[in-house]
Design a protein around this ligand. Structure first.
Ligand SMILES: Cc1cc2nc3c(=O)[nH]c(=O)nc-3n(C[C@H](O)[C@H](O)[C@H](O)COP(=O)(O)O)c2cc1C
Length: 367
């Protein structure tokens, strides 16, 4: 799927999807950290059947994985937010809509219903925050994911060279790349040039240009004080995404959050990052408030990776690029295919090691 994605979408967009930051060392860190862990099979124990059903944050899902938030998803593959949201509903897994998605809060809630979660980049302007929270409430969202790991914009050399900056630059080179991918181009014409649908009303109202809007969206306070303020306003589940150190995990107690997604943003922010799976393995008893849901993403590409993450202590996982490879290579069939493939792979791993449910996987981590 990844190879086909490279052929199907313009080069500058492929590099936006694929890239980490600086020298892309963090991408390697994430992969190596997963590969370093192993599973122990238990062929001699009594075993019945495996079920992937997993309950997290009060809802039962068909599998212990979901679709991570991706900004400008519709630029990578036209209409991909709708394709993935529909698949998430069909297979009963979570779909997280990004603040900077090309589809709106309202449309996604119709497509994915209670499988839709929302990811917030906390805006500086509290009236925008209030408006977003009230739109989420009206649409019935139950899970709010606040991303805390972009205190600065990531340094991504390829995006700079390609002109994928704020504001974006038009170039002959990118135009030529687009001409080389006619299917992507015709699909983009069909669905329209992607826009920041969640932010457009505020850009109009506050007369903000895109770069100012993006800066204002990214720079709202997400320290414990900022998170407490969001907690006070939001009655649903509050999930903190992007925590990637034991010291931050310890501070979560102060925020009263319901869950955490350990993540290094797919290695797009800090090239010298640790992998979340390594942090997971260092969590000890008093690190986290009891009852907090522990989830993770970054670097997962298969059912084996999901099993290894759960065996290392996560209760749930998310994948970003994997789902984008699926839609960019298989278009509207990509969402269903990706989910079926992961279910098939994860089931095989569980049956192979003789584990009856993902929640038992911690017993199968080899030391
Ligand atoms: C192209 C791209 C855009 C992303 N946009 C967002 C975003 O808008 N909000 C967010 O919280 N995380 C964003 N992320 C991070 C993902 O949610 C997720 O943490 C990451 O992709 C996980 O790593 P993986 O791609 O290796 O699975 C983005 C990642 C990529 C690759």
């Amino acid at each position: 799927m990844r190879k086909k994605t490279k052929k199907n979408i313009p080069k500058f967009i492929y590099e936006y999807l694929e890239g980490g930051c600086f020298d892309d060392i963090g991408l390697e860190t994430n992969r190596l950290a997963l590969q370093k862990h192993k599973l122990s099979p238990r062929y001699l124990i009594p075993y019945s059947k495996c079920s992937l059903t997993t309950t997290i944050l009060g809802k039962k899902y068909n599998a212990p994985f979901g679709i991570a938030p991706i900004g400008l998803q519709g630029l990578i593959w036209p209409n991909s937010p709708a394709i993935l949201a529909k698949s998430a509903k069909k297979y009963n897994i979570p779909y997280i809509l990004s603040t900077v998605s090309s589809e709106s809060i309202e449309v996604i809630s119709e497509l994915a219903e209670d499988n839709a979660w929302f990811q917030l980049y906390n805006p500086v302007d509290e009236s925008i925050q209030d408006s977003i929270l009230s739109r989420l409430k009206i649409c019935g969202y139950k899970n709010l994911v606040v991303t805390v790991d972009i205190p600065t914009f990531g340094f991504r050399p390829k995006d700079i060279v390609n002109g994928l900056t704020m504001p974006p630059k038009r170039s002959v080179k990118n135009f030529i790349d687009i001409c080389k991918t006619p299917y992507w181009a015709t699909q983009t014409l069909k669905y329209g040039i992607p826009k920041f649908k969640n932010l457009e009303p505020y850009m109009r109202e506050h007369r903000l240009e895109l770069p100012e809007m993006m800066r204002s969206m990214a720079m709202g306070k997400v320290d414990t004080e900022g998170l407490k303020r969001i907690r006070d306003k939001w009655e649903g589940n509050l999930i903190i995404k992007g925590v990637c150190s034991i010291s931050d995990l310890k501070l979560l107690k102060e925020t009263n959050a319901d869950g955490v997604i350990l993540s290094n943003h797919g290695a797009r922010q800090l090239d010298a990052c640790e992998s979340p799976v390594d942090i997971l393995r260092r969590i000890d008893g008093d690190c986290l408030p009891s009852g907090m849901a522990v989830m993770m993403d970054s670097g997962l590409r298969s059912g084996v990776d999901i099993a290894l993450s759960l065996a290392s202590g996560a209760q749930f996982t998310f994948l970003g690029r994997f789902f984008m490879y699926a839609v960019s290579s298989l278009s509207r069939k990509g969402g269903d295919h990706a989910i079926e493939l992961l279910i098939q792979q994860l089931t095989q791993v569980l049956e192979q090691i003789r584990c009856e449910n993902p929640s038992h996987l911690t017993d199968f981590l080899a030391n």
